[in-house]
Ligand binder design. Structure first.
Ligand SMILES: [Zn+2]
Length: 190
């Protein structure tokens, strides 16, 4: 082999070596580029995700605020409805009390009526007994058990009779009594 051809072979070898190295480098560059592309996409995704995340966080905060607002509103409404419930409860309590009082008053009226009836009955029977006593006293009077005309004192000959001209009480209807002499027919009152 000549020096020249030896050089050519060396050159070709070197050339091939360089070409291989270039290919390898090109491949590495391509790899790096695609990796870079991937990374930049990832970065993009991440930043998009970040943006979305912060957007979502904002929305979440908004929702949280709305929930707080709703809870406050709910509490106010609940307090109002509790207030209303309490008022309605008080009103129905009062209505019940009034109806109880009305019943009690009705019962009182009935009791009063009964008492008045009882009182009437008692006072009538009292009146009657007083009148009876009066009549009895009159008839029992021994002094009058003697005929003022003929002086007859025989008890069996002196009758006690009702004097329709002497009304003691209209209700109950009570008449006084008079005596009648069985001997001379004289009539006299106490
Ligand atoms: Zn007489």
């Amino acid at each position: 082999m000549s020096d020249n051809s030896k050089d050519i072979v060396e050159d070709e070898k070197e050339n091939l070596h360089l070409k291989n190295k270039m290919d390898a480098l090109t491949k590495k560059i391509n790899d790096l580029e695609s990796e870079n592309k991937l990374l930049s996409e990832k970065v993009k995704t991440i930043s998009t995700e970040d943006a979305e995340k912060s957007n979502m966080e904002e929305k979440i905060n908004d929702l949280k605020q709305k929930i707080i607002d709703l809870e406050i509103e709910k509490k106010i409404r609940l307090e109002k409805s509790e207030d209303l419930d309490a008022k309605q409860g008080y009103v129905s309590f009062l209505e019940k009390e009034i109806s109880n009082m009305e019943n009690a008053m009705e019962n009182l009226h009935k009791s009063i009526k009964n008492l008045e009836t009882e009182k009437k009955i008692i006072s009538r029977s009292f009146e009657k007994s007083i009148i009876q006593e009066k009549v009895d006293l009159g008839t029992e009077s021994q002094v009058r058990r003697a005929c003022p005309k003929c002086g007859n004192k025989i008890h069996s000959q002196i009758r006690e009779i009702v004097d329709k001209t002497y009304l003691i009480s209209t209700y109950p209807k009570l008449y006084g009594k008079k005596f009648q002499c069985g001997m001379c027919g004289e009539e006299w009152r106490k």
